[in-house]
Design a protein around this ligand. Structure first.
Ligand code: 5CU
Length: 390
């Protein structure tokens, strides 16, 4: 059934267009792309936790390769479309993957780079009507007026349906930085939701020396560091009163909100029991005066926040559905091209287990073939992102 309510829509699916790969290939510090004699594909090295393995590989040709292979799945539109076809995905909402443009020098040039990349995404989408939309990228290191111009540019692109942001805000000030408020207001006014996605994780030291020596691969930073980063960013926004200051702001949180569905009760209780906060109408700055009471974390979750369904288990998916007030605020995603099949006999041109796990979690948590599952698999994205309005 391909009525728009029953389309399969992937809202968490990344690409690095050629313009971006060129930038990474010219760099000597992370994020970077580099070739190694022992690897058929160039290697993509993104994360701070990958620096020790990068240094080992640069010093010793026999050391394990750092980062991940930069396959065509990261860069090629035909590969994206073939992946969609194999998994029955009707429509993808593409986004540039981490770390977006966060690392660019703080000049006007960052804005020109953003424009080139956003135009590249728009052209890809325009070539496949109804099948591709995108979340744009913002030049957060550019001067503030240039960032606002970039929002206006995105608002005018026919296939843009929001922006993808990391948690750094302007110059590392974070999502709770008052200086970011004009950007968040401009996005809210333009009806562009923020797809919030982690990149920075937690400091390497948290994961210990065995992780730094490579024994645990990427597991700890990706499984735990990424979700904690998202959780902290949204908690800080809540405490700063950002959701009250920009009540029309809509956020879509990657990886089902990190650990927010599980920790929202604890967060709420810590606010309610903190002498520094109790007695204030609001948890933070930016809130209008005279409001009767502050909104709880639960209310904000149900009023301004959507969660993707990239959590790989029924347990997490159920928590996400309950925390966000039902299945109508969850949207399926794949995280393609990350998490391809690995190991002996792995076939990146076949079915990806990572995709199957996410789809299975939705069906198990909400009922195989149920109307709720159909909404999560596509109906919610069609509605919230206005995919087929015109
Ligand atoms: O595998 C990884 O490092 C990643 C990443 O960097 N970004 C992402 O979205 N998923 C996995």
């Amino acid at each position: 059934d391909h009525s728009s309510k029953h389309r399969l829509v992937d809202i968490h699916t990344h690409m690095y267009p050629p313009e971006y790969v060129d930038i990474l290939s010219s760099r000597t510090t992370i994020p970077l792309v580099r070739t190694f004699p022992s690897s058929p594909d160039p290697r993509l090295i993104l994360l701070e936790s990958e620096i020790p393995s990068l240094e080992r590989a640069l010093a010793d040709p026999d050391a394990p390769l750092p980062g991940r292979p930069l396959t065509k799945h990261f860069t090629s539109l035909p590969a994206k479309l073939a992946f969609m076809a194999r998994h029955g995905i009707d429509t993808s909402v593409l986004s540039l993957a981490n770390p977006w443009l966060d690392f660019l020098p703080a000049t006007e040039e960052a804005a020109r780079t953003a424009r080139r990349i956003n135009d590249s995404f728009e052209a890809m989408c325009a070539a496949h009507p109804g099948r591709l939309f995108f979340f744009g990228t913002l030049p957060l290191t550019a001067p503030p007026p240039a960032i606002l111009e970039s929002v206006a540019h995105l608002a005018a692109l026919p296939h843009c349906r929001g922006v993808v942001l990391g948690t750094g805000g302007l110059a590392g000030g974070g999502m709770d930085d008052p200086a970011l408020l004009p950007v968040l207001r401009a996005l809210a006014d333009a009806g562009l939701p923020v797809f919030l996605h982690p990149h920075y994780g937690l400091p390497n030291a948290v994961f210990g020396p065995r992780s730094a020596s490579g024994e645990y691969g990427h597991v700890l930073p990706l499984a735990l560091g990424f979700p904690m980063e998202t959780t902290v960013a949204v908690a800080r926004m809540f405490l700063a009163g950002v959701f009250d200051a920009v009540p029309r702001l809509e956020m879509i949180l990657a990886h089902s909100g990190g650990t927010l569905p599980f920790l929202a009760g604890r967060l709420e209780s810590c606010v309610a029991h903190d002498a520094a906060l109790v007695g204030k109408n609001h948890a933070g700055a930016g809130a209008e005066k005279g409001r009767r009471r502050r909104r709880t974390v639960w209310e904000v979750l149900r009023e301004q926040i959507y969660l993707d369904a990239v959590i790989y288990s029924e347990v997490g998916l159920k928590a996400a559905a309950e925390a966000s007030g039902g299945a109508e605020r969850l949207m399926f995603g794949t995280d393609h091209p990350f998490f391809p099949p690995v190991g002996e006999g792995a076939d990146a041109e076949g079915e990806w287990e990572s995709v199957r796990l996410n789809a299975e979690a939705v069906n198990k948590a909400l009922g195989d073939g149920s109307e709720q599952a159909a909404m999560v698999m596509g109906g919610n994205a069609v509605r919230v992102l206005r995919l087929y309005d015109d």
